[in-house]
Design a protein around this ligand. Sequence first.
Ligand SMILES: [Cu+2]
Length: 407
Amino acid sequence: MLLILRLCFALLLVARSRARIRHYFIAAVEVDWDYAPSGRNLVGPDTFTSRRLIENRDDQIGSVYRKVLYREFTDATFTEQIPVPDWMGFVGPTVKAEVGDSVIISFRNMASKGNFSVHPHGYFYDKRSEGARYLDGTSGADKLDDGIPPGGSYVYTWHVPERHAPTEDDDACVPWGYHGHTASPYDIATGLVGFALICKRGTLDLNGKRRDVDKEFVVYADIADESKSFFFEESIQKCGEPAACKARADAGDEDFGLSNEMHHINGYVYGNQPPFKMSPGDRAVFYVMSLNLASHIMRILGHTMIIKQRRTENALVNSASFLSANTVAAHPGHWLLYCRNLDHVIEGMLAFVDVENKPVLSNIAGLGRRLGKTRTYYLAIEEIIWDYAPGLTPDRPDEFISSPLPI
Ligand SMILES: [Cu+2]
């Protein structure tokens, strides 16, 4: 018995000694962000809707808005910014930790106006590291994290105790997010958004990359209502005639409102995002998040996914929800990644996954192999008149009236 207790104690010490403190230097940085650098729809012909969202006109802003983004720096001087992969767009750096770890976020507000914070999902924190402003009964030092003024700094500390760990049935990492929560809907519309992972012990290598997958991508699908951004007035100045845009905004012009609702993936619309790049056979995980408005049903053409141990082709995320979609890169090609909500397709929630043109290795996940029978079907399309209610014939109206439906 004593031996078992000693063994348990030794294992506990080993587990604790492996726990790490992961330090991130993240600033709120003000930028002019372009949702469509090409100036056009890269998925199909431009339409009335795509032109309304992309074109800069005298009385329409177009695709460039003033925003505030989370950006990572190398150290506390906040002088050297760590570049982000181009496909990450305006999404902040991905914060990662394993069970037992702690995360320190040294935050600086480098924007010219507005108080901003960093509020995590999924992590354990106390009131001084919540980064959320609301009437929570706290005061004094417990309020300092709620909103950092321009030029100000704050250090947030988040933890991953066992009770926040992925379950046995979860993937190796559970995706969460972080965002500004001084005035949450407005902070998110302004651009303050990033992903945060909590991983099982031993998942991450020394560089913070997952050992069990080849590629990790983030897909932040959302509707950014730029009229709710703290920098909307600055964005209005980008109109050809700012006074014309201001007049439309003040009048509550519905079309003008729609022209500022950006249905984006990682801050891009209509295929303007630099593609996610994979090689045939790559095991890839897509972390999918939505925060602000609506549900999104993300799909990659030519690929299926495994979500929560089930094979599917749809990654459904609701507001303020997160999931992992696992796939294996299939055949070479320029594949559409999009939201299957058809209104959102029209509004531009479209991007691309590029699988490079390399031969598919037959020994990887069964790709390239053709086993079993070939089953041939002959399909034709025919033009017909279809009756959705064949029981309700016009020559039997009395029968319908005398036999009402049992409701
Ligand atoms: Cu959608």
